[in-house]
Ligand binder design. Structure first.
Ligand SMILES: C[S@@+](CC[C@H](N)C(=O)[O-])C[C@H]1O[C@@H](n2cnc3c(N)ncnc32)[C@H](O)[C@@H]1O
Length: 222
């Protein structure tokens, strides 16, 4: 996603990461957040089911192959836990949060970052079709409307002091998001042609809210 770096930086601020702290990035993908956290003086660990890009791009960083639901990390050793654009993919997010509680120290911090797909908005001549395309895309995810659920998920699974922030990405450059738009509206050729035409005329507008939901591990040692 464009504007990704600013979003990651804001997530590090919300977690109040301090030098020397162990920060787990679950579903770390390409490893960019892990590399950035290392440059802040933290001790990041990236976990993902697939690490080929991360290990190639950031060979000096600590990456571990594993799943959010069974983390390859000892209990009570992690100060901060982050997961960006992961929880919408999980069929059982509660299992991943139980693992987050296991690895976090008492009062450890957590942040979940993700989209609310059903809130994406694009300007078009057919708003009803646009809405139904966005909704169909949201429903293809394992947990549709993922990010709206983050607050309740944290409160219901042993986290407290939960705070929600929403950053809204505004895109007017069609080329930058065309692959994503084509994926969402695959098969809707007329609608896609209108969006491409808007792009060529400088009339494209997409608004993508991104949720950052931060909390604190409640309770003592388990
Ligand atoms: C959409 S990408 C997000 C990557 C990165 N966090 C970002 O925001 O750019 C989702 C990542 O989660 C990983 N993933 C999917 N299911 C997972 C699971 N159960 N446990 C750990 N990682 C998982 C995928 O391999 C992928 O790298």
């Amino acid at each position: 996603m464009p504007q990704g770096r600013a979003l990651r930086e804001r997530s590090h601020e919300l977690l109040a990461v301090k030098p020397g702290e162990v920060v787990l990035d679950v579903g770390c993908g390409t490893g960019h957040a892990v590399a950035e956290l290392a440059s802040l003086g933290a001790r990041p660990i990236g976990v993902d089911v697939s690490l080929s890009f991360a290990r190639e791009w950031f060979p000096a960083c600590d990456f571990r192959e594993g799943k959010a639901e069974s983390l390859p990390v000892d209990s009570s050793t992690v100060d901060c836990y982050r997961a960006q654009r992961l929880y919408h993919l999980l069929a059982e997010p509660e299992k991943a949060l139980a693992e987050a509680r296991r690895v976090l120290v008492p009062s450890g911090r957590i942040i979940l970052i993700g989209q609310e797909y059903d809130l994406w908005a694009l300007d078009s001549d057919d708003p009803d079709l646009t809405r139904s395309l966005m909704r169909a895309h949201a429903q293809r995810m394992s947990t549709p409307r993922g990010a709206l659920k983050y607050r309740a998920l944290l409160l219901d699974n042993g986290f407290t002091d939960v705070h929600v922030e929403v950053q809204t990405a505004v895109h007017t450059d069609y080329a930058a998001v065309a692959p994503l738009v084509s994926q969402i509206a695959a098969g809707a050729d007329g609608w896609l042609a209108e969006q491409a035409s808007r792009g060529s005329r400088g009339r494209f507008l997409a608004v993508l809210p991104m949720f950052l939901v931060v909390g604190v591990r409640a309770g003592g040692q388990e």
